[in-house]
Design a protein around this ligand. Structure first.
Ligand code: DGL
Length: 262
């Protein structure tokens, strides 16, 4: 049996687990290495130069250490900034996560779309360019959230996170102008789908929440080609750059397709 493919996922913290979960579903035979750069979390609070200076060499070290077949930058705040630098520096194929503005604007009926991301992501030139190229006549509202990624991590760790705190972060996404109101919200941070059920419940009115993870998973499979190896032999590893595990192995197994990561 040929060796499994190795997929390395990188995020500032636990949000990339929402992307991992979808990739494991479509490629269960791969070996997974998940890196949470929690020593530098949250990326949304750092300026662009610091993120580039942190992520580009760190990903280079990870590639040298783990020789992955493919790297997923499972973080919008990083992808919208470092993807071009990474592709220029390393030969390994990269898949990024960037705001799903194109499909959201193509499917919105009210032509009112909101993009919910970190303050860093909504400020990026990359995001502005997506709106210029793909708004397709929609009015796009950018909502930069300061705390939602941290609240999502707290909730995942089982800490109490009140509805009022979540609602305060998502409320600016719900815009009514004249007879039209927002019908589509792009989740432009991989942490936010961790809160999916609560976002749906707290929304002032029903909207389509666009989580790009399934599309990212399809892209990964497309780039990797046919699966290799055996599900039972495919192990998984999770590395926190702080050196301090942030979540129990049992809670993590749900994202790793039932495997307990080392
Ligand atoms: N998960 C990250 C993203 O997709 C952001 C969280 C952070 O601020 O570090 O943008």
């Amino acid at each position: 049996m040929p060796a499994s493919q190795t997929i390395l996922l990188f995020d500032s913290g636990l949000g990339g687990l929402t992307v991992l979960r979808e990739i494991v579903r479509v490629r269960p035979t791969a070996r997974y290495i998940y890196i949470a750069d929690d020593a530098f979390f949250p990326y949304g609070h750092h300026d662009e130069a610091h993120i580039i200076a942190r992520v580009v060499p760190l990903v280079g070290e990870l590639i040298a250490a783990h020789t992955p077949d493919l790297v997923v930058i499972a973080c919008n705040t990083a992808s919208t900034l470092v993807l071009a630098h990474l592709r220029a520096a390393y030969k390994t194929p990269f898949v990024g996560t960037v705001p799903a503005i194109k499909p959201a604007c193509a499917s919105s009926k009210s032509r009112r779309v909101s993009v919910l991301g970190t303050r860093g992501t909504v400020k990026r030139e990359y995001t502005q360019a997506l709106i210029r190229d793909f708004a397709n006549g929609c009015r796009v509202t950018l909502v930069g959230s300061a705390d939602l990624a941290s609240l999502a991590e707290a909730a995942l760790r089982g800490e109490e996170v009140g509805d009022a705190a979540l609602l305060a972060e998502i409320a600016p996404c719900f815009v009514e102008d004249g007879k039209a109101r927002t019908d589509t919200v792009v989740l432009a941070c991989t942490h936010y789908p961790l809160l999916m059920e609560r976002l749906i419940r707290l929304a002032p009115w029903p909207v389509d929440w666009i989580d790009p993870a399934p599309a990212i998973a399809r892209r990964v499979v497309e780039l990797l080609g046919p699966a290799r190896g055996d599900v039972a032999a495919a192990d998984a590893e999770l590395i926190f750059t702080s050196g301090k595990p942030q979540l129990s192995s049992k809670a993590l197994a749900a994202f790793f397709g039932g495997r307990i990561p080392a």
